[in-house]
Design a protein around this ligand. Structure first.
Ligand code: NAD
Length: 492
């Protein structure tokens, strides 16, 4: 008997314990060679005073086993609690979230019988950086961070995954018509990497029409790679299209650690009733078995599960379940899968993982940092909190403050409110909040553009502060190898 593989297991919150018990029962019956270490995470840990939702000693288990089978957890509402899922993914560098969504027609009711796609969701960046601030009475901000290493890793991963799994097409979805710099980078990196995989068809779709097409014709997609938030949303849509959000498993892959879970949450509305569908977590566990090179057990479990689906073993969440009679509870469902171990589907495709690449083997090479660009500061955006000011009034005040009391060497170029230009030449129809972005460009004595220093910016801020202006933050306007590293104002 080969050695057992240590894995870390968390039972989670809500329906988590029910679906984990069901899943582990199936894995055990199938002969999975596992040595689980159980850790506690989620609500009870938050309430015990760990605002991260995980106790320090639990990290040691994760770093030791490097494999995590995790039930969903509940993130307490309100301030002070960060999402533990996001914390785990980011702390352990789990950059790729792989979410296969497959139809089981005609056994699970769906309008999309041919759907078989994989969403590769970037897992660490985007609005999930969780850097949020209240800046004024009226305005709250969340920073969207997209990085070149993040884009390269996820796009490479998506192509490597497609190649390793014999997939034919990779679709990139972004909103780069609006977010030209952040989503623009994601799209650009996709275009840079695509030619390295000439056998794979590629396309890009703006996320709104992409999501609409996904909802109506999911069969036209194969692998989709997309930033974090869009991936989160469209993978729930895709899973629900297959018959239930409870059907899809997910792998969170990093260079050192991998985490396997269901894509759904802790479903507090049905917790404790014993009716949750354990399929998502079970299929996540199948991905884990492939990852830890227990492909034989993975196939055994997956084929028994497919056979159970073919035999009409279903839980209450599946579309059309109501007309089929009494649904199975979570543990009965697990027992039904166990009864079918060693059997496989007759009409659905039988799976084999004999030649399956482990997720580890499909991981892309480490990111190689490029030589830094030549960076020059050419101006500064100063964000100001002013509740009862007009753009013209602020502009008049600030034009003086570029050289008084200290000469700072700037010219006020524009003022925007919520991104739209309101000075010069603003429209009275534009609604203004109490949050103004004032763009100052470096100019020399003759008014020509010039590079500025940090000291110049400090001199400008000194002038604004000494006049009583409440500046709340600055963003430096830089060029990188001569290319502007900042967006224009809307209407500029
Ligand atoms: P949810 O996915 O928990 O539930 C959405 C709907 O789907 C509910 O009606 C639920 O009953 C149903 N559902 C989900 N999984 C099911 C299953 N296995 N079987 C049958 N029905 C199922 O989403 P939510 O209600 O928005 O979130 C609840 C909590 O879960 C929140 O605290 C959220 O933060 C958390 N959450 C956790 C994870 C995770 O741990 N990975 C992911 C998403 C949400």
């Amino acid at each position: 008997m080969p050695d057992k593989t240590p894995i870390t297991v968390a039972y989670g919150d809500g329906i988590g314990p029910e679906i984990m018990q069901a899943t582990l029962k199936v894995l055990d019956a199938a002969g999975a060679r596992l040595a689980p270490e159980v850790i506690e995470i989620g609500e009870s840990v938050y309430k015990a005073g760990h605002s991260s939702g995980i106790a320090p000693e639990s990290w040691a288990s994760l770093r030791r086993t490097k494999v995590f089978l995790k039930s969903p957890i509940t993130t307490p509402q309100g301030g002070g609690f960060k999402s533990l899922n996001v914390t785990i993914r980011k702390t352990l560098g789990l950059y790729a979230n792989v979410r296969p969504c497959v139809s089981y027609h005609p056994f699970v009711q769906t309008q999309h019988p041919k759907m078989d796609l994989v969403i590769v969701r970037e897992n660490e960046e985007d609005l999930y950086a969780g850097i949020e601030h209240r800046q004024t009475d009226e305005v709250f901000q969340c920073l969207k961070l997209i990085t070149r290493p993040g884009c390269e890793k996820i796009v490479r991963y998506a192509f490597e995954y497609a190649r390793a799994h014999g997939r034919k097409k990779v679709t990139c979805m972004t909103k780069d018509n609006i977010m030209k710099m952040t989503d623009g980078l994601f799209h650009r990196v996709f275009d840079e990497i695509a030619p390295l995989y000439p056998e794979i068809e590629t396309e890009h779709s703006i996320i709104d029409i992409g999501a609409a097409r996904l909802a109506v014709r999911p069969e036209r997609f194969d692998v989709i790679v997309t930033p974090n938030l869009y991936g989160d949303i469209i993978s729930d849509i895709a899973a629900e299209l297959t018959g239930s959000v409870g059907l899809a498993g997910s792998a969170n892959i990093g260079e050192h650690v991998a985490m396997f879970e269901a894509i759904h949450g802790s479903a507090p509305d049905i917790a404790g009733k014993g009716i949750a569908n354990p399929s998502g977590l079970l299929l996540g566990a199948v991905m884990m078995l492939v990852h830890i090179r227990q492909a034989d057990v993975a196939a055994k479990v997956h084929n028994a599960w497919l056979k159970a689906i073919e035999d009409g073993v279903y839980t209450a969440d599946l579309h059309g379940a109501a007309r089929l009679g009494r649904p199975f509870g979570s543990m009965d469902f697990a027992d039904a899968v166990i009864d079918r171990l060693g059997h496989g589907p007759e009409r659905l495709a039988r799976v084999s993982y004999a030649d399956a690449p482990t997720e580890r083997r499909t991981a892309p090479p480490n990111y190689v940092r490029r030589a830094p660009a030549k960076k020059a500061i050419v101006g500064v955006d100063v964000f100001v909190h002013a509740g009862d000011a007009s753009a013209d009034y602020l502009a008049g005040r600030m034009q003086t403050l570029t050289h008084q009391p200290r000469p700072a060497g700037f010219s006020l170029q524009m003022i925007t409110n919520r991104g739209v230009k309101v000075w010069p030449g603003g429209f009275p129809e534009t609604f203004c909040t109490d949050h103004w972005r004032c763009r100052f460009m470096g100019v020399d004595a003759a008014g020509a553009p010039r590079e500025v220093s940090h000291e110049d910016i400090i001199a400008l801020l000194h002038n604004l502060a000494s006049d009583g202006l409440d500046f709340i933050k600055t963003e430096h306007l830089c060029t990188f190898d001569g290319e502007a590293g900042y967006a224009m104002g809307q209407g500029q």
